[in-house]
Ligand binder design. Structure first.
Ligand code: ZN
Length: 431
């Protein structure tokens, strides 16, 4: 209805204008040189209107022609964006399905259509990683690292690559750059803690450690290597706070070492005695008896150390050893027999018994026979306890804050030899 009214109104206005123009009196005269043009006013007005319309249409057509390349470029851009979006989706699907060739091809297409954006570069890097093309992955991560808006993504990828190659110095540098690009990332904190463990920077590992980390082992490691006495004591105190952990005598040792270095020998001995009471371990005895040179005095020091748990096989072994050193073979035999009666059947016990026989009966027929018997039994006895990683089961000659094979912190523990299996059984020999 409105359209009809609009058409009627427009028609009426056009008719009124035409009627008005047709009714205009007078004429228009134009002289160009010797030519004289004479037109009535309505015809001249219509001619003027037609000329304006022609000029307007021509100008519009020219404008459209000039804009053709720009319009074409816009169309191509929009078309490429559509194709690129399709490739991104296909690349993501291929990555999820583990299809290496498809992922690489679609990631490359996405880069061709959309250019090097953080998304397409990350896709290219992931596709390269899936296809084990380290060079492609690294190139994409480097381009990402150069971008201000996605540098963290690039450094993170490069850091993982460096860690996989075992290039720890490079990895540490990349971790610092990643931290600068995106401070406070929780993932990065864990990676840096792991790098500090591999670099054996125990104090740094301790600073970066979360609540689940083996803080006692890291603090012990930091205390043992820290050259500054005050800082070493701070780490040792933190380690000592965990003394209830029976698998970590070196926490007590680190603290006792600082106390001894500070001239507090009595307190150092008390710390060691308390740790021996919780969980005896030969390194504790070595520390406690180190300042005592007189052999008889060493037996007395051993007696003081073991006073609280003399029945423990480790206490018996220590008492037997110190007694033998002091020439007290009767007492040495008494403690060795007590250890044996308590169920100890380790190689070291039989070797000790052989030494006792040698010391007591010397080069006699009975002595030689008893020694041979003890040595024979040592061959089929249980293996001696040792430091062993609880994760990868590698044996280590000493305690370490982290296993240097699998790099698990706090995993090296004093454990029964060969996983507690007797030698004979381990070798398949029926003892
Ligand atoms: Zn290990």
């Amino acid at each position: 209805m409105r359209r009809i009214i609009a058409i009627l109104v427009t028609g009426a206005v056009a008719l009124a204008v035409a009627w008005f123009l047709a009714g205009l009196p007078g004429q228009v005269v134009a002289e160009i040189g010797s030519i004289t043009i004479e037109l009535s006013t309505p015809v001249a007005t219509l001619g003027l209107l037609l000329t304006f319309t022609l000029v307007y249409v021509t100008l519009r057509l020219l404008g459209a022609l000039i804009r053709v390349p720009h319009t074409l470029a816009q169309w191509r851009q929009s078309h490429h964006r559509q194709l690129g979006d399709v490739s991104v989706t296909k690349a993501l699907l291929a990555l999820a399905a583990g299809e290496k060739a498809d992922a690489r091809r679609e990631a490359a297409r996405a880069r061709r259509f959309l250019g090097d954006t953080p998304q397409t570069l990350l896709l290219a890097a992931e596709a390269g990683r899936l296809a084990e093309r380290d060079d492609e992955t690294e190139a994409a991560f480097r381009l990402l690292a150069d971008r201000k808006d996605a540098a963290f993504l690039g450094y993170r990828g490069l850091l993982r690559q460096a860690m996989a190659r075992g290039e720890w110095t490079e990895a540490a540098t990349l971790a610092r750059r990643a931290e600068a690009a995106h401070p406070g990332a929780q993932w990065l904190r864990q990676e840096r803690a792991q790098l500090a463990i591999r670099a054996q920077h125990w104090s740094e590992a301790l600073e970066l450690a979360d609540a689940n980390a083996p803080r006692a082992a890291l603090a012990t490691g930091a205390a043992l290597v820290e050259p500054n006495a005050d800082r070493a004591m701070r780490y040792a105190r933190e380690a000592e706070a965990w003394r209830a952990d029976p698998g970590l005598p070196h926490a007590a040792l680190a603290y006792a070492e600082r106390l001894r270095a500070g001239g507090h020998e009595r307190r150092a001995q008390a710390v060691i005695a308390r740790s021996w009471g919780l969980s005896p371990q030969p390194d504790l005895a070595a520390f406690a008896l180190a300042p005592v040179e007189d052999k008889l005095a060493r037996t007395q020091a051993a007696q003081r150390l073991t006073a609280e748990n003399i029945e423990h096989p480790e206490s018996r072994m220590l008492l037997a050893h110190t007694a033998l050193e002091a020439g007290l073979t009767g007492e040495a035999r008494h403690h060795a027999d007590a250890a044996r009666a308590a169920g100890l059947n380790e190689r070291r016990l039989w070797l000790l018994l052989a030494d006792i026989e040698e010391e007591e009966r010397g080069d006699t027929e009975a002595g030689r026979l008893a020694q041979r018997d003890a040595l024979r039994r040592s061959a089929t006895a249980d293996p001696d306890p040792t430091w062993r990683c609880g994760t990868c089961h590698t044996q280590h000659p000493t305690w370490l804050p982290a296993c240097p094979v699998c790099w698990t912190a706090g995993s090296v523990r004093w454990s029964p030899g060969a996983m507690g299996m007797p030698v004979a059984r381990r070798l398949g020999v029926d003892g």
